[in-house]
Ligand binder design. Structure first.
Ligand code: EPU
Length: 446
């Protein structure tokens, strides 16, 4: 509990640190993984990082007190609340997974390079700040480990709403004293561009229609949040979203959807270590294509009351996998699937269609003895009976989690460094794996 309302409780990225986990983001330590017994037990899936971050950004749309529940204790949430604090808001954990945000009448709509460069999702403040203040200055996020990652679609879509955009000196300077509804057709169903337009359009005069909108469950969650605030967002979850803007907005109390990527991490862990687990709070409907594919690979899943059950009775079988925007198999599952295929029987083929450069972590799996050849957007993965534990380094949030679960299928000890990437997006990964009986712990980075 932090009844004082101290924003630093969130902003410092403080995590509850059972079982030797790091005390802060500064000296994270490494994760040691050793193979062990098949996994068994159950755990609770947290709220979706990629929903929570956008919901936090959306709080800037109205003054007053917001409550967000089921919020994961991860560094990206801390960064987003630091960003909110820099606009003049206050945000704090009032309970283990409950965040309160107090939004003032006047905001300073400036997102600094220091914060945006730490987390690309910071760009999602652009739409709501424009809606609330009529102007915003947001640092350009730049590229990352997946490639260039431009924001051209965000900017051209906002221009359709009457926003005057200028990019100079590494910043986007956007002005729209009066937002006007407009027709937006995205060239690709970009998650971030869809969200930015939705959050700007709720304050625009008249109707906005987004064609070729992203359909991810997090988009529907943002729409539910905005509608609860008083907005009128129709069709979220389909390729056409209509927003009737301009109505009054008010603060709300909201619990985001469960994290489908965290769910996938534990499915992959069972696939690799074997065993049987129940994931409470998971939403199988959000992972349908993935579960179909996992079924082909002999990882059984089913819906149970209040969650999801998974069992891997024997070694997985290889499969062909293609990543696509939702409802396709998400790119965020891709490193987990490659880790599973590294240990499956047969030859798997993975085609990455969403990001230009999302196989950079493969070199780390090679260090563990995996047999993977990357050719452009494809990875050919020849499964091995066992990997070989090795020191490896996480290159991004999801690749980091994949290296940890790969270690469950590696003889000897795997030491995963670069765990600050993992802590950005995975709440207590080590503790949760331990609760299933996995031999995983924090060790000094060395
Ligand atoms: N793209 C452009 N121009 C744009 C926007 C996107 O070319 O203006 C391209 C991107 O470079 C990429 C593709 O379009 O090749 C898809 O990008 P999208 O905008 O859909 O992704 P995002 O909003 O930047 C979110 C998630 C990612 C997830 C992707 C795809 C958040 C904070 N991030 O990113 O999650 O991989 O959607 O589903 O919601 C993660 O959580 O680790 C993560 C990377």
């Amino acid at each position: 509990m932090d009844p004082t309302g101290d924003t630093t409780a969130v902003a410092a990225g403080r995590q509850d640190t059972a079982r030797g986990a790091p005390k802060g983001a500064a000296v994270p330590g490494a994760i040691r993984v050793r193979p062990g017994e098949p996994l068994a037990g159950e755990l609770e899936i947290g709220g979706a990082k990629n929903s929570v971050l956008k919901l936090l950004a959306a709080t800037t749309l109205a003054p007053g007190r917001f409550t967000l529940r089921r919020v994961p204790r991860i560094a990206d949430v801390a960064t987003m609340t630091e960003l909110l604090a820099s606009f003049g808001c206050r945000a704090w954990f009032s309970d283990r997974h409950v965040v309160q945000v107090e939004v003032p009448e006047r905001l300073t709509p400036h997102a600094s390079y220091e914060l945006v460069s730490r987390m690309r999702a910071s760009i999602s403040v652009l739409g709501p700040l424009l809606a609330r203040c009529g102007e915003a200055t947001v640092a350009l996020p730049g590229g990352d480990d997946f490639g260039a990652r431009p924001i051209d679609m965000h900017l051209s879509a906002l221009e359709r709403l009457g926003v005057d955009v200028e990019v100079s000196h590494g910043y986007v300077q956007a002005r729209a004293p009066r937002l006007k509804g407009g027709e937006v057709t995205l060239q690709w169903p970009s998650v971030g561009a869809t969200e930015n337009v939705m959050m700007a359009a709720v304050a625009a005069d008249g109707r906005t229609v987004i064609e070729n909108a992203a359909r991810e469950p997090e988009i529907a969650d943002l729409a539910a949040f905005l509608n609860r605030m008083g907005a009128e967002v129709l069709g979220a979850g389909s390729p056409t979203i209509t927003i009737n803007g301009g109505g009054p907005l008010a603060p709300v109390d909201h619990a985001p959807i469960p994290d489908r990527i965290e769910t996938a991490v534990f499915l992959a862990a069972v696939g690799i270590a074997g065993g049987e687990v129940t994931l409470r709070g998971a939403q199988p409907g959000h992972l349908r294509m993935l579960c179909d594919k996992l079924g082909e690979m002999d990882l059984r899943t089913s819906t149970v009351k209040g969650g999801m059950w998974a069992m891997a009775p024997h070694r997985l079988r290889a499969a062909e996998i293609v990543t696509l925007p939702y409802p396709g198999i998400a790119t965020d599952y891709q490193p987990l699937l490659v880790a599973m295929l590294s240990l499956a029987e047969g030859v798997g083929l993975v085609t990455e269609n969403v990001f230009a450069n999302r196989f950079r972590y493969v070199g780390e799996l090679l260090r563990m003895g995996a047999d993977i050849r990357v050719e452009g957007r494809c990875a050919i993965v020849r499964g091995r009976e066992r990997l070989s534990g090795a020191p490896v380094r996480a290159t991004d949030i999801r690749a980091g989690a994949a290296l940890v679960v790969a270690g469950l299928g590696a003889a000897g000890e795997t030491i995963v460094r670069g765990t600050h990437h993992i802590s950005r997006g995975h709440d207590d990964l080590v503790g949760k794996l331990q609760s299933l009986g996995a031999d995983v712990d924090w060790v000094p980075e060395g």
